[in-house]
Design a protein around this ligand. Structure first.
Ligand SMILES: O=C(O)CCC(=O)N[C@@H](CCC(=O)O)C(=O)O
Ligand code: ZN
Length: 332
């Protein structure tokens, strides 16, 4: 059943809401389906040091590599190749968007993870369902340290194809996380400078979880992803599923950046003043004009160079059109 969960979730049109949880057995524990795209695994014997892990993918429907990676993990769990030793909640985020291969249907799900959010529509409703599922999962495992990796891929090429976004929140990140991410072949880390209401921010802000958005390469269609490049990440996730300590290495292998400015799109008449295919982390010299907005005016790089991440001139009005970042020292 586990190996087929992804296919079944994506095939049912429309997904049938579950009136009650469905349960079953797996080699080293049991599974519970809490609703569409919400699968909890409970180990028969949990290891004492195991974290309560949330692994999410498909928050953006066209980001398929993380979904394939979760598929590999589920198949290996079902085959008994992974000895489940930690409680895990697998989340498939925006199911209609995954089916249609789009980033979102109506609005960007990954801006809606705010408990005050009371917007109407499918994506706001899905965000509320996912927040409730995460709340219930962490409450069931309140004795364990909370962890959430929200897996994505980026729209563009990147000077660092695999990078972590560290959401802004009061909770400090444990030093071991940097060591694990470096061993998982994450190449860069981006520290957010303010609250962002993303899914990983939700777990960090409201649940004191060790939480990241992980960008694992570039958007591609199902079947066209290079999962070989994600083997070290798979090894990290398998260690977490088994409830054992993941391998680590020197964090200095990774480049660290801090967000200095968020470029917002304020007007219909908005342009980014660089090529559409500019890779993430491309640096621009002081004095370079980066954006022109009929309401906000021009944005020009100040005294220090800035690199651009997630540029997207097509975002909704009032949304983030790019992050502008600068190198920062590795955490001590
Ligand atoms: O490549 C892009 O432009 C977007 C990739 C993506 O979906 N990134 C996430 C980052 C979330 C965060 O800031 O933690 C997003 O934009 O939601
Ligand atoms: Zn994404």
């Amino acid at each position: 059943m586990l190996g087929k969960w992804l296919d079944l979730t994506l095939e049912e049109v429309p997904p049938r809401p579950l009136s009650h949880s469905r349960e079953g057995r797996l080699p080293f524990g049991r599974y519970t389906l809490h609703g569409p795209g919400l699968l909890e695994l409970t180990p028969a014997i949990a290891r004492p040091e195991a974290r309560a892990c949330v692994l999410s993918a498909g928050i953006h429907g066209n980001e398929t590599a993380p979904i394939e990676l979760l598929g590999e993990l589920l198949s290996r769990l079902e085959a008994g190749l992974i000895r489940l030793g930690a409680p895990v909640l697998f989340v498939l985020g925006n199911i209609p968007a995954i089916r249609s291969g789009q980033r979102f249907i109506t609005t960007n799900l990954n801006r809606l993870f705010d408990r005050q959010q009371n917007e109407r529509g499918d994506e706001p409703q899905r965000a509320r369902e996912l927040m409730a599922a995460v709340d219930a999962f962490y409450a069931r495992h309140a004795e364990r340290a909370a962890l959430h990796y929200d897996l994505h891929t980026a729209i563009r090429d990147s000077r660092y194809p695999r990078f972590a976004v560290e959401p802004f929140a009061a909770t400090p990140i444990d030093a071991e996380q940097w060591r694990w991410l470096a061993a998982a072949d994450i190449q860069a880390v981006l520290h957010q400078h303010r609250h962002s209401w993303t899914f990983s921010h939700y777990s960090k802000h409201y649940h004191v979880a060790q939480a990241f958005t992980l960008e694992l390469g570039k958007v591609a269609a199902f079947g066209e992803n290079d999962l070989g490049a994600l083997r070290p990440m798979r090894a990290l996730l398998e260690a977490l599923l088994e409830g054992r300590e993941p391998s680590g290495t020197e964090p200095e292998r990774m480049r660290f950046f801090r967000v200095e400015h968020e470029l917002m799109r304020e007007a219909e008449d908005f342009t980014l003043c660089f090529a559409d295919d500019t890779p993430n982390f491309t640096e621009f010299a002081p004095g370079t004009r980066l954006a022109s907005d009929a309401v906000a005016g021009n944005f020009v790089v100040g005294d220090r160079p800035l690199a651009v991440v997630f540029p997207n001139a097509q975002v909704e009005l009032g949304a983030r059109a790019a992050l502008l970042v600068a190198p920062s020292p590795p955490p001590t």
